[in-house]
Write a protein that binds this ligand. Structure first.
Ligand code: MF3
Ligand code: CO
Length: 258
């Protein structure tokens, strides 16, 4: 069941996703060698609560933290830990959710810790560009497969792997609504996109093979070949005039590029 949102509901979703963007900016400012992923989780939780919101991930299906922090070969759903110390050259995918005024925010960004290898920098850039190309297809009259196909084609044209087992989703009063938004597929297939739909597009792209492993902690997803992966996520509303991106990466990029 796909729930179409009113303009007022879309503004509440924007409020949530702006708070997520500001939280990710705050996290990005603190990413450095020697910092633990637990420290980042603590500051995110405090930041979210200080804005009158609740971390949407905390307690979700028993998830024990406010952020998912996935380092290098970890693709998504890494659990923050005081034992996980960031090192120069790591890449860190941070996924954040909020619950405010009855709606959910959900966005993700992959950060570099200091200088990263050129090939890893390219993986990050291509994954973000795949998200942008997918977002451009998020317009009424298109189908979900139009988004999926461009994300897949662009990523694979660099020889990268596109994770199959996890996908984007509708976003609203619940974090995961219909439709599912896969990162692979065929143009013209899948659910029709309509004005008022809000979806999360979230490519998970690997430098090597697309195969993943589900960790023994019940959460952490890693690449099978232990090559690095990147993950970026936008919440996007489908409006009369095209895609309306509710997440704001410019806040994050201003915070980390100074
Ligand atoms: N943000 C993830 C998604 O995009 C879900 C996080 S799983 C949780 O679907 F358990 F941490 F909430
Ligand atoms: Co999501």
């Amino acid at each position: 069941m796909i729930y179409l949102k009113t303009d007022e509901e879309i503004e509440l979703l924007r409020e949530n996703n702006l708070l997520v963007s500001r939280t990710l900016a705050e996290v990005g400012r603190h990413i450095a060698p020697g910092v633990t992923t637990k420290q980042l989780d603590t500051l995110a939780e405090e930041f979210i609560r200080s804005h009158g919101a609740v971390p949407a991930f905390l307690g979700y299906q028993g998830y024990p933290a406010s952020l998912c922090i996935s380092v290098n070969e970890e693709v998504v759903h890494g659990i923050p830990s005081s034992k996980r110390v960031l090192r120069e050259g790591d890449i860190v995918s941070v996924d954040c959710g909020t619950f405010l005024k009855g709606f959910v925010g959900d966005s993700a960004y992959t950060f570099a810790v200091g200088e990263v290898a050129e090939e890893v920098r390219q993986l990050m850039e291509v994954t973000k560009e795949a998200l942008y190309k997918g977002t451009a297809q998020a317009k009424a009259g298109n189908r979900v497969g139009d988004i999926s196909a461009v994300v897949q084609e662009y990523s694979e044209s660099f020889g990268y792997g596109v994770v199959r087992e996890l996908e984007g989703h509708g976003l609203g009063r619940k974090m995961h609504e219909d439709p599912g938004v896969p990162n692979y597929g065929a143009r013209g297939r899948g659910p029709l996109l309509k004005e008022g739909m809000v979806i999360c597009i979230e490519p998970m792209i690997t430098m090597g093979g697309k195969a993943i492993l589900f960790g023994r902690d019940g959460w952490t997803v890693t690449t099978r070949d232990r090559k690095p992966a990147a993950h970026y996520e936008f919440a996007v509303a489908i409006r009369k005039n095209g895609p309306d991106v509710l997440t704001d990466f410019s806040i994050i990029e201003q915070a980390i590029n100074k």
